[in-house]
Design a protein around this ligand. Structure first.
Ligand code: SF4
Length: 386
């Protein structure tokens, strides 16, 4: 089979894996010839077109949600390491891709499949002298030496937990044992910590993971508790949430898809954890342990903690500014800088530094005065017709 046809099939097979920071394919490069190339956001904020691909879609596991599961009847193919490395370099040298995200189904066993990922990476780094972005998947159950080597040659690594608690593995991925995930996670943390401050950084862009949301009956409280643990205790760089979509020919084919709003609310909480100083305990859940879909989690927190508001924009510390709906990390820092030049008493000044006045007005004071809740007009923008 020709190389590009394989790319097509094995690129499609990788599309639900979001741990490379490149979305689910909805925002992929528009050129149909480049359907398997995704724009990925790097830790620096730079966006790179990367090839997201599986080594193979042969799998000896039978995870209930997965299109590559063993029992599903569809076309199976595999790349040889040299074939994939050479093909990637052709794409790279022609300027069509700037990085590679390499994963694999669990063909034969994790050790064997991981060996093929590593062989491809070694060929790229040694034979083709490729120095660019390389994200390697660590397969559950990989050997410690394989994990160590992956982080030595990769820019970033990821291992997908898929579910937030071990009991859910039995529900949707019975072939995976909890230790297949927890052991690699602990090793990843160890290698990252040990290489800190040294000339050589193990997986310099850190590690990421993803949860499939809505496949196993888990709730948002469980997902966010584990998310918070992974950031706080395991050193995760980013955590991604992939709304479950039923795949025909799997045991979950008749299950309802997870609403994208749920995925969106989880991402909002993820931002609040990483950038706003929120703790997992701050989030407000319904009686089933899920986030409310109607309200964003920050606004809901503010409504529930109304005794803290309104806050005086001219005095509030950064920590408190970050709790105000409509004020983000950038605008909060700008408020503090602007205050050094004098008091802020005009809503337009807040608007100019990026505050969403419509959202914030109910929660703030400007020099002791409430901000009118109606739309704030800039006088210079008023253009009387008489
Ligand atoms: S191990 Fe499970 S999730 Fe991974 S490819 Fe195989 S069936 Fe899919």
């Amino acid at each position: 089979m020709e190389f590009e046809r394989k790319l097509e099939i094995l690129g499609e097979g990788a599309r639900f894996d979001l741990s490379c920071a490149c979305g689910d394919g909805l925002h992929r490069v528009k050129d149909p010839f480049d359907r398997w190339i995704y724009p990925a956001v790097l830790p620096s904020g730079r966006v790179l077109p990367i090839l997201k691909i599986l080594m193979t879609n042969y799998c000896d596991n039978d995870c209930f949600y997965c299109e590559n599961r063993k029992s599903r009847d569809f076309k199976r193919i595999t790349f040889q390491p040299e074939e994939l490395a050479r093909g990637f370099m052709n794409l790279f040298n022609s300027g069509r891709v700037k990085g590679l995200f390499l994963s694999s189904a669990n063909w034969v066993c994790a050790t064997s499949a991981m060996d093929r990922i590593l062989s491809t990476a070694e060929i790229l780094r040694k034979k083709y002298k490729y120095r660019g972005y390389l994200h390697l998947k660590i397969l559950p159950g990989s050997e410690p030496a394989q994990i160590e080597r992956a982080g030595e040659i990769a820019t970033r690594v990821s291992i997908n937990l898929e579910v937030p608690e071990r009991r859910y593995l039995e529900v949707v991925a019975p072939d995976k044992k909890p230790e297949d995930l927890t052991r690699p996670l602990k090793l990843i943390k160890k290698f990252i910590v040990e290489s800190k401050g040294k000339n050589f950084r193990w997986a310099p862009a850190g590690f990421t993971t993803q949860f499939i949301v809505g496949s196993a009956g888990e709730n948002d409280m469980e997902i966010l508790k584990t998310t918070s643990f992974l950031y706080g205790n395991m050193g995760a760089r980013r955590i991604y949430f992939s709304a479950f979509q039923p795949v025909p020919g799997t045991p979950l084919e008749n299950n309802s898809p997870c609403p994208l709003t749920r995925e969106h609310r989880l991402y909002q909480c993820d931002f609040l954890l990483r950038k706003y100083g929120f703790k997992y305990e701050d989030f407000i859940f319904d009686k089933n342990g899920n986030l409310f879909l109607e309200d964003d989690p920050k606004t809901l927190w503010a409504k529930t903690n109304h005794e803290i508001f309104p806050v005086e924009i001219n005095d509030a510390p950064l920590k408190l500014l970050l709790r105000v709906p409509g004020i983000g990390p950038v605008s909060a820092r700008r408020i503090i800088l602007t205050r050094k030049e004098g008091r802020i008493s005009n809503p337009d000044a807040l608007k100019k530094i990026g505050v969403n006045i419509k959202k914030a007005s109910a929660y703030i004071l400007l020099s002791g005065r409430r901000v009118p809740r109606q739309m704030v007009l800039n006088e210079s923008s008023i253009n009387p017709i008489f």
